[in-house]
Write a protein of this length. Sequence first.
Length: 121
Amino acid sequence: MASEEDDYMKRMVDALRSGAKMLSEQCPICKSPLFEINGQLWCLKCNKRVIKVHGDEEVGEALTTYTLSQTHEILAAKIEEITLQLSRAVDVEEIRKLAETLSILLKTLEQCVKLKERLTG
């Protein structure tokens, strides 16, 4: 079984092969080198995106963007779970509840996407 260090090395090699640039800047959490991938900063050891901020105002914007991205990922995962449950459901009442839940999740995801677009566009 591969260790965390092996996984990190593989991510680094894969990133470099696909055109990523290793930077002299370090991750604020683990102090590993940051990589620029498609114009974004990444810590491949933490396996997370890093956002540089230059002031308190940018901290709020970065946190909002990060939170919306996390919310988007969670909603997408929940939609997938509910869809799977819906495909297995046979009871009419269960189907109704799952469909209502799915509808709410989809509307919330749509709002999240619109908000992200407004903030980044």
